[in-house]
Design a protein around this ligand. Structure first.
Ligand code: SF4
Length: 361
């Protein structure tokens, strides 16, 4: 179905969200602002993104400034937002745009840049360059499933929903205001057409919506049952030197939390092959501890990743002044916190317990 775009745009003109990356009504959005916000918003909610976006923009006011910054500084500012491949791609993309002189102004051109796929290219093209295209994120998928009462479960229904969504802007009113139409869809999905308890009675598209007519909005989109999230276990060692620095090693640039800093310790083992806690501790102390010490149990940290839960037991020690404990380089080097790139899980690991904590800052 092709809904009446003028109804949605009228609603948007009165209820649009004010967001730091959004241009004022009637103004053209800056492609750098749109791109930066879209990369940050992948897998992350708006309220979390806002302070990161503001810090990035204060430090890197232009895409050229971001391109010229050292990658380590970019990762440091990103630390805590998760999915660190995004930060590396962000930097690589800024460098590519810097070389080109500007962001490409087509969906196809945008897709040649690192980290920009089908959704992000359409979001930038529509919002910043006013190109009539529909970016299909989770919000737009949900609206499309409901408008058309698509009962096939996700993720299998994704290609069908993408095809249906590509017609949402067929109406001439949408073609006349591509930037506002895309943002109106996002706002509808983020407010009235929310995942739980959609507010159909105040929705500008209620008359044409099949899910509302069939009283099944809340049940859509259907989802295939997820497998239970497995648990991984690890033991990490928090070693503090007499200056209050902490022993940290760098994770490889690729893969989970790539390029961030980590406490040394055991690998994060899958639940199927996890030894008993006593066995894990014994192996940890003999094979993975960076030094022989009077280890103190500082507590446990639980962190939920998208595809597994991590349970980490932290053992700590503080090296007394004027002592000489040689630590093999594979366990890392002592660093002040301000020099480290810390993921959210590592921040938790550094804070748990009252003793053997690095100096703050
Ligand atoms: S009527 Fe309800 S289900 Fe349909 S688009 Fe509007 S809020 Fe969503």
């Amino acid at each position: 179905m092709t809904p009446d775009a003028s109804l949605l745009l009228h609603w948007y003109d009165h209820h649009r969200r004010t967001l730091p990356w959004r241009a004022a009504p009637g103004q053209q959005a800056d492609p750098y602002h749109v791109w930066l916000s879209e990369i940050m918003l992948q897998q992350t909610v708006v309220q979390t993104v806002i302070p990161y976006y503001q810090r990035f923009l204060a430090r890197f006011p232009t895409v050229d400034a971001l391109a010229e910054a050292p990658q380590e500084e970019v990762l440091q500012l990103w630390a805590g937002l998760g999915y660190y491949a995004r930060a590396r791609n962000l930097h690589a993309c800024a460098q590519a745009v810097h070389k080109l002189g500007a962001f490409p102004r087509t969906v196809e051109g945008l897709q040649t840049l690192p980290g920009i796929g089908a959704y992000t290219s359409r979001a930038i093209a529509a919002i910043a360059f006013n190109i009539p295209t529909v970016p299909v994120d989770g919000n737009v998928e949900r609206i499309t499933a409901r408008l058309n009462a698509v009962e096939d479960p996700l993720p299998a229904a994704r290609p069908l929903l993408a095809r249906l969504a590509s017609h949402l802007n067929d109406d001439p009113a949408a073609q006349a205001r591509p930037s506002d139409f895309a943002q109106a869809l996002f706002d509808l999905g983020a407010s009235l057409c929310s995942p739980r308890s959609p507010s159909c009675l105040t929705c500008p598209w209620q008359d044409g919506c099949l899910a509302r007519a069939r009283n099944m909005a809340e049940a859509l989109p259907a989802r295939q049952k997820k497998k239970a999230r497995p648990t991984r276990h690890a033991i990490l060692f928090r070693v503090i030197d007499p200056e209050g620095r902490v022993l940290l090693r760098s994770r490889p640039p690729e893969g989970l939390l790539g390029g961030t800093d980590d406490l040394p310790g055991t690998p994060w083992s899958e639940s199927q092959s996890t030894p008993s806690p006593a066995r894990l501790a014994e192996t940890a102390f003999t094979r993975y501890a960076p030094l022989q010490a009077q280890w103190e149990d500082c507590g446990e940290v639980k962190h939920i990743f998208s595809h597994f839960t991590l349970l980490v037991r932290i053992y700590g020690c503080t090296i007394p002044a004027q002592s000489n404990y040689p630590i093999p380089p594979k366990h890392g080097r002592f660093r002040f916190l301000k020099e480290a790139v810390l993921s959210s899980v590592m921040k938790k690991c550094l804070l748990v317990g009252d003793r053997h904590r690095p100096v703050p800052g």
